[in-house]
Write a protein that binds this ligand. Structure first.
Ligand SMILES: [Mn+2]
Length: 390
């Protein structure tokens, strides 16, 4: 059985006021072409279909078109909600969709019985299990690890049943391998505070293949779990390398999955360029030579003296310049913009309390008092300890 495994589409995503809809439409077209050329038997979407709980109307229309074309190819489409999706909106009219072989699981069912679907190939049945993103308290737990373990156990999937049945899991969490973290973008690193949200890969032993969503860098976790990653770069701090989808082939029961990465060729990509203003507007500019001038650019301006309205001038050359960050030569990276998202070294080795102080500064526009900061620190320590004890 051959599967096209996708995750983290983030349809409706904007970057610095630019809509990525055109790139996303082109990306979906490439996915459809791959599904057709490779004669896959089903398409999997492992969450974060939309970028927001209430996506722009154009994004829902884009997804609607994709669903229609996959359905008209006669392919089942299996999808779960990620943390960015609205469970209720994603699961809308699921009974009707199921008649078209489109299966959407938005939330953890109240009785904890996960949606399951069986598809069959020459080697027999393959059971697909849908485990959408959910909060641990929905399963009466305080940590994600305990919550996921409980749900899998209640569904007879932990410990792994020894019935020899091939199973595929779709899920959307931060999955670690014995304490080893996945490869993260800088921005993702800043979101990982205290490891209270991670799930260990050892919980997924019942599955021949696990389609993971959440982390945007494509990679394998453990022996049979894969993050397909986002099919386009969505953040300037994303790791270098291609983005795309996974082609998964399941063989006879007992054999592992054969997983290959297929790149998506983006219409425009996100790039970071660095230099003085003069360098950046010269014919040899990295903005022009390291990719298309039409790309989305984050510009690190290294001039020691301020440049008057660099954005306006850069956009005449590169119309999709998103952001200009002053980074004067000689200054420590990150020194120039406290709390600036994605500046180098931000988020490295910082305490939860420091993150909170930044958060406070952003929301309140001023410094937090020493007393309040200490109180926040105590609360976080208590919460982290509580998480560890469970
Ligand atoms: Mn995501």
């Amino acid at each position: 059985m051959k599967l096209l495994s996708l995750a983290d589409l983030h349809l409706g995503k904007t970057i610095g006021g630019f809509s990525l809809l055109e790139e996303q439409a082109d990306m979906l077209k490439q996915c459809e072409e791959t599904a057709s050329a490779e004669h896959v038997d089903a398409v999997l979407l492992a969450g974060d279909i939309y970028d927001r709980a209430v996506p722009p109307a154009e994004a829902t229309a884009l997804f609607g078109g994709f669903l229609g074309r996959i359905a008209s190819m006669g392919l089942p489409l299996l999808a779960i909600a990620g943390n960015h999706d609205s469970p209720v909106r994603l699961q809308f009219a699921d009974g009707v969709f199921a008649r078209q072989n489109i299966y959407m699981a938005g939330s953890l069912p109240q009785d904890c019985r996960l949606l399951r679907l069986t598809l069959t190939d020459a080697f027999g049945p393959v059971e697909f299990v849908f485990l959408p993103y959910f909060h641990p308290f929905e399963a009466g737990e305080t940590s994600t690890q305990a919550a996921v373990a409980k749900v899998l156990a209640e569904n007879g999937l932990l410990p792994a049943p020894e019935d020899g049945l091939r199973r595929v899991l779709l899920t959307h969490f931060f999955v670690t391998d014995g304490g080893k973290q996945p490869v993260l973008s800088q921005n993702e690193e800043t979101c990982v505070v205290g490891n209270i949200d991670n799930v260990d890969v050892s919980l997924f032993g019942a599955f021949t293949y696990t389609a993971l969503g959440h982390i945007h860098t494509p990679q394998r976790i453990g022996s049979s779990c894969w993050y397909a990653g986002s099919p386009l770069r969505y953040d300037f701090t994303d790791r270098a390398g291609e983005r795309g989808m996974m082609l998964v082939e399941l063989g006879a029961p007992g054999s592992g999955p054969d997983v290959t990465f297929r790149a998506v060729h983006p219409l425009r990509t996100l790039r970071r360029v660095r230099g003085t203003f003069e360098e950046l507007i010269s014919p040899g500019s990295p903005a022009l030579t390291e990719g298309s001038p039409d790309d989305y650019l984050q510009v690190m301006l290294t001039d020691r003296v301020p440049v008057l309205d660099p954005m306006d001038q850069l956009r005449r050359l590169c119309p999709h310049t998103v952001q200009v960050i002053p980074e004067p030569e000689g200054a420590e990276p990150g020194e120039t913009g406290p709390g600036e998202p994605g500046t180098p070294a931000a988020g490295r080795e910082r305490t939860p309390r420091q993150f909170f102080e930044d958060f406070y500064r952003t929301v309140e526009g001023g410094e937090i008092t020493e007393d309040s900061s200490a109180l926040a620190g105590e609360c976080m320590d208590a919460a982290l300890k509580d998480g560890e004890n469970n």
